[in-house]
Each structure stands twice: as C-alpha cells, then as structure tokens.
Design a protein around this ligand. Structure first.
Ligand code: ADP
Ligand code: MG
Length: 723
C-alpha cells in the first residue's frame, strides 16, 4: 500500500515545505508578496532561492528551469544546472541558485510564436516567476512556474492573461460583495476542475500510422464492425494494462501535488478520463498541463500511446476537456451555490444573471476559446456540444427565473412569489434527473461546466474569457448598484431586466437536435461552425474594448493572438494534407495496385482455363445446369467476382489518384495568399474539405483491398489494441 498523504506533494516546494525551510521572516514576506501581488525584495528572493535549491538537491534535482506556457499551447522549459559559473578553477564545483535566477529569466525565444509582437531582431523574451503557483521537481529538474513576455512587456503566454483575468473578476466580484455588506471577504478567486479525456492505444500499432504520429488523428480508416454502439466501455472494468498506467499516473501526479481524483473508461473504445479535485484556476491550469504531459510520458513507459487529439477516430466519440468553473471567496464560500437566506439568494441570482449576460454577450469569444482545427471535427458532431453557445439551467432554476421575470408565483415545491431578497430559493440538487449532457455550458448545482473545450487545449483560454466576460458584467452591475438609493429595488430591476434581455441564451432541450439549430437561428444566436468562422469575430470592437478595459489584453496582444490562432490552424491542416498525400502515394495506391495485379492475373488465368471467347473450348462434358447461360463455360469458374472487384478497385484508385493530385496541385496556391491570415485560413478550410471528401474513397478502398496488401492498422486494430 502506498502512503498517499506522504506521496502527495512530495516533489512540490509548497507551503509546508516553505514553512519548514525558510526563516520565519522570509516566509512571512513571501506570503505577503503572494497575497498582495507585490514586489519581492532582492535579499528575500536570495534566501528563498537558496532554500529552494537545497530542497531540490536533497530531492535529487540537478537542474532548474523556468517553466512557462507559450502560445504553442504546450509548456516550454530550458534546463540549467545548479553548477555555478564561478565554480571552475580549482576542480571543485559550487551549486548555486540566486534570487535573480529565481525571479527572472531571459530567453532567446525567437522560435516561439509571437504573432508579430516580437520581431526577430528583438528576440529576447523574459520569464518571470509566478509565486502563486508552487515550484516542483520533474525529471530531476526544479521547475519554476513563470509568465513569459516580450522585451517590451507584452504577454507571449497563456499564464499572464489568465492571471490578469483572475484579478479582473476578483476586483469586480469583490465590489459586488461589498455592496451586499460582506466586508469579511478580502479576495475572490475562480476555481476550476478540468476533466480530461484521452485515448490509449498500443504504441507499436500507433507507430505504424504516420497520420497519428504526425497529426495526432487518423486521416482515414473504415468503421470497424464494432464501435461504441453496445455502450459497454463507459464505466466498464478497466483492463490490467490500462489500470497499471492509471495507477502510475495517479502516483506521479500526486507527487506533483495534482489532486487526481477519478478515473474511468469513457464512451468510445480505448477512451478514458481523469478528473482532479478542483483548485484555483491558475493552479488548475498548470496542473492540467502537467497532467497532459505526464499522460504521454507514462503511457510510453507502458508501451502505450496517449492520444489527446479532439477527434482521433471518425465514427466514435472525440475527446473533450470539461471545464468546471465557479467563483469562490477566500472565506471558502462558493458564490454559485444558492444560499440559505433570502439575501444570499439575491446575491446568487445577481451572479447568475451576470453569467447569463456574459455568455450571451460574448458567445463569440467562448466559441473562439474552443476553436482549433482539431476541435472542428468534434464540435457539432453528435457526441459533442454543437458550435452554438447556450446555457443549460435545468427546469427548476429556469422556472424560478421565469417566475421572477414575470412577477408570478413559482410553482415548485413550495408555491411562492419569487420576490428577490425576500424568498428562499430551493436548493438545486447536484444530480437532478434532467441533468443535460448535450449543453455546451451547463449549470450543475453549484458550478458551470463548459464542455466545448477540446482535449488538447490549454484551459487557460476558456477561463480567460469566462473570467473577463463575467468581470465586465459584474462591473456594470456594481456601477449601477453603487449609485442606487434603493438597493433591493434596483437589484430586482437588474436581475429582471437581465433575464428578459438575455434569456435567449438559455436552452434546456437537446442541443444535438436539428430543431435547436433552427431555433437558435431564430433567437439570433451565433452559429460559428468552423474555427475560421469563429476567428472572424475575434477582433470585434466590443471584444477589443472588453479586454482593454480589464487589462487582460492590449489591442496589440489581442491581434497577435488572432494571428497565431489562424497561423496554427493553417499549419495543422497543411501538415495533415502533406501526411495524407504521402500515405496515399507511398502506400495506399501501391497496395491497391498490388491487389489489382493479383486479381488481374487471376482473371487472365481463369479466362485461359475456360477458353474465354471460344464457345467450343473444353468442359463439353458438363451438365447444362453447371454452365453459364448460353456458354460452354462452367459457372464455378466465371470471373465475375474478380472482374467486379477489380473494376471497383480501379475506379476508387483512379478517384483517389486524381483527387490527391488536385490536393497536391492546390497546396502551393497558399504562397499566393500573402499577408492575409484570415484568407489563408479560409483557403486551408477548403483543403480540409477536399481531404474529407478524399477520405471517403480511401475508407471504401480499405474495405476492399486484401489485408496482406493493406499497409496500415485498421480502426479495429487501433481501438482494440490494448488488452
Ligand atoms: P461530473 O461532472 O463527472 O459528475 P463532478 O460533479 O464530481 O463530476 O465534478 C467534476 C469536476 O468539477 C471535478 O473536477 C470537481 O473537482 C469539479 N468541481 C466541483 N466543484 C467545483 C467548484 N466549486 N469549482 C470548480 N470545479 C468544481
Ligand atoms: Mg462532467
């Protein structure tokens, strides 16, 4: 038995380690810095750095790195050993780590995306310690979570705007609580629990699929005889090999202080999920990055490949990341939990109203936070929320809002007039029977679950949008209420007006249905089907204003992100197209030709045997019943099957060949679309359409070509590779 409490956080320079290793005064000063976000004095930084280094070395570390989250969506690190540069000479070395090295790093990061913010001649980027996220040891290296910015101070990472957005919502929510007389609250944070879905397949089989290796998803593959229709995988018994992987993953995550909690099989064959206990958004984001990284490394150790792509296989479910989000006070109160008193309920309703308005007003941004080439294959397919943003509140809460809006009694358990601030709301059970799995943004009793985010994403983006959009509406509400002479009356008006103006975003039905698409159009909700459609809305005036007002992104920063997202989309599809062309030309067409060759030989041979075309050839002693009508040839040797097969193979191969040629000839046109990122992305969207048309022919071909000629593992082999 492992001692989980001893294991948990054993590789983290956390609060209890700090308390044990730092002089009392230093510890206090550091805590104060973290709480107030203030500047850390150089001498204190030096003491912290030395203690950190000693602790890290005791725990087997030899190197340190500033660990940051550039706009590639993954994490970046550059390791440096603790060997002091002044230690050569007498043959002995000194281990050293200074406060300066802890606080600030300089990195030539010209190869990381900057969206034009950092011209290559000014390649320097800076990393700055984020003392709100603990340092940890990974692979013998002390990792210091840092923010990453350009020489001129513009953010080049996901952490900086996330921290800024947390600050923005913290400030505005605090203003609201002050108006409600809650003076004991000093800080408000947002909390997140990110459920992570993933696929595990056998590594050897994985390596035989260049499309998985290069693009993370299968570019073709005929449906296997068994998919997920029996619903026998979801919550099914976990196979020993997968279980061994999960156990090791849990332990490694626990050592890093990641509170991995639940693990289970997901809907599709070979699909699984891990969910941690929620924490502060900033930490949850760091932890989710670590989780994804460790999943891949540990899978490898078990001879497995972990797929984090949003849609690795057509025809079975894709993988999401469910971003559970709430707002909480430093006194431990969840602001999205309906309260026990009428006054607390009024406060809950105000926050709820703010979220409803924020989601409606910034639908475009929420959609963008889940937009990528990979997620385009998932959003709108039947297992995922559609690309239309809407809110699920459940029938009970919706009925309450309806009663409030129309000044009519609520017909629930206790019939009552829903006068704001005078009525106790019923508690919303976390597991109401009408719990909806199809909604992109669902209220689940005391938090919202944003389900559009793709498995491969950093959750930073979604939370930056949520935090900032809600901060904006809270600030509007606070401005109004501050001026109010009749608080309760104005509170009622705000809540009622907000429900009236923004209830179009609430939808409790089946989001997968075609009717919803029509209904949403009628309501004027956005339906941004692809990443390109979504990104076209990014730089809307209201969005630029929003981020600038709350100091989350300057207009320049926003533009750079827009460029990077579009660029990334184009690059991904380009890689997919090149991979597909390569697989088709080098393997798929040759295997079809080999099989056709075999069939053609057989056809020729059979024709020879039966003397095709010569009615007086052999077999004159056959009874008529065994002859083909009007011929001397026997039915058993007729070449009909081979002919038919050969014919279909020839047609498909021809189709594939000409379509591939078209794809190959079209790709260079990208060079002519210079400088307009959106146009280029539109071009690549066309490329992705050509690829999905092409895939249909390849999928059929796969079902016809003899196994011995087909060069790639099939869906069946991939999805059922782990036993
Ligand atoms: P499910 O949605 O699968 O039924 P749970 O309701 O248990 O699962 O929670 C899913 C995730 O939501 C978990 O990661 C959990 O820690 C997280 N969560 C629970 N409460 C909160 C909260 N107040 N803020 C943010 N996340 C939360
Ligand atoms: Mg969930």
């Amino acid at each position: 038995m492992k001692d989980i409490p001893a294991l948990f956080g054993s590789l983290v320079f956390n609060d209890s380690v700090m308390q044990a290793k730092l002089p009392k005064e230093t510890y206090k000063a550091l805590k104060k810095t973290v709480a107030q976000g203030s500047h850390l004095e150089a001498d204190i930084a030096n003491i912290v750095a030395t203690a950190m280094k000693n602790w890290a070395v005791e725990n087997g570390a030899t190197h340190f790195t500033h660990w940051f989250q550039p706009l590639t969506g993954i994490t970046a690190e550059k390791h440096e050993s603790f060997i002091s540069s002044s230690s050569t000479g007498n043959g002995k070395i000194i281990l050293e780590f200074s406060g300066k090295e802890l606080i600030k790093g300089e990195s030539d990061a010209s190869s990381l995306p900057s969206g034009g913010l950092r011209a290559t001649f000014e390649a320097r980027g800076y990393t700055a310690w984020d003392p709100t996220s603990y340092a940890f040891i990974k692979d013998g290296t002390l990792c210091i979570p840092t923010a990453f910015c350009s020489y001129s101070g513009e953010s080049l990472d996901k952490k900086t705007p996330l921290l800024r957005s947390m600050q923005a919502i913290g400030i505005q929510a605090l203003r609201i609580l002050k108006l409600f007389g809650k003076t004991d609250v000093k800080r408000i944070i947002t909390t997140v629990g990110a459920e992570q879905e993933y696929f595990l397949i056998d590594k050897k089989i994985y390596l035989k699929r260049p499309d998985l290796v290069y693009t993370g998803r299968t570019l073709f593959g005929a449906r296997p005889p068994k998919g997920q229709e029996l619903e026998d995988h979801y919550f099914g018994a976990i196979k020993p090999r997968v279980s061994a992987f999960m156990k090791e993953l849990d332990e490694e995550l626990w050592k890093l202080g990641v509170p991995a909690k639940t693990k289970h099989n997901e809907t599709a064959p070979a699909q699984h999920e891990l969910a941690p206990v929620f924490s502060t958004t900033n930490i949850a984001t760091d932890h989710n990055q670590l989780t994804m990284e460790l999943m891949k490394i540990i899978a490898n150790k078990h001879g497995l490949a972990c797929l984090l792509h949003e849609k690795p296989f057509a025809g079975v479910n894709g993988s999401a990341k469910h971003n559970n989000w709430s707002i909480s006070t430093d006194t431990g109160i969840n602001l999205l939990e309906p309260g026990d008193t009428p006054f607390d309920n009024a406060q809950f309703l105000l926050f709820l109203a703010a979220i409803i308005k924020a989601v409606d007003k910034y639908q475009d941004l929420l959609r963008i936070s889940a937009a990528s080439a990979g997620n385009d294959h998932r959003l709108g397919a039947n297992e995922a929320p559609p690309a239309i943003v809407s809110i699920f509140l459940g029938s009970e809460l919706s009925a309450i809002l309806d009663a409030i809006e129309n000044d009519k009694p609520y017909e629930g358990k206790e019939k009552a007039l829903m006068e704001i601030g005078a009525t106790v709301l019923p508690k919303f059970p976390k597991d109401t029977t009408d719990r909806n799995r199809t909604s992109p943004f669902a209220f689940t009793g005391n938090k919202f679950e944003f389900r559009m985010v793709g498995a491969n994403f950093s959750i930073a983006d979604a939370n930056i949008i949520l935090n900032t959009a809600v901060a904006e509406i809270l600030s509007e509400f606070a401005d109004k209420l501050k001026k109010s002479s009749d608080f309760k009356k104005d509170l009622s008006i705000i809540i009622k007006d907000t429900i009236k103006s923004h209830k179009r975003i609430i939808f409790n039905g089946n989001n997968y249905s075609g009717e919803w698409e029509k209904e949403a159009a009628k309501r004027g909700l956005l339906h941004l089907k692809t990443t390109v459609d979504a990104l076209s809305e990014f730089l809307n005036e209201k969005n630029i204003k929003l981020f600038a007002k709350h100091n989350v992104f300057t207009e320049n920063e926003l533009r750079s992100r827009y460029e990077i997202l579009l660029e990334n989309y184009c690059k991904i599809i380009n890689i997919e197209a090149l991979t597909f062309i390569d697989m088709i030309k080098n393997s798929i067409i040759p295997s079809s030709i080999s099989y056709q060759n075999e069939l053609a030989d057989l056809v020729i041979m059979k024709k020879k045997i039966v003397g095709y075309g010569d009615p007086d050839a052999p077999f004159t002693d056959l009874p008529d019943s065994e002859r083909r009508a009007g011929s001397s040839r026997p039915t058993c040797l007729n070449s009909f099957v081979e002919d038919k097969l050969l014919n279909r193979l020839a047609i498909l191969t021809e189709k594939i060949y000409t379509e591939t040629e078209k794809l190959e000839n079209t790709l260079p046109e990208a060079k002519e679309i210079d400088g307009d990122a959106l146009k280029l992305a539109q071009f690549y969207r066309e490329i992705s359409v050509i690829m999905s048309e092409l895939r249909v022919f390849v999928d059929e071909l796969e079902t016809l070509v003899a196994k011995k000629y087909w060069a790639f593992p099939t869906y069946g082999e991939l999805l059922y590779s782990v036993n």
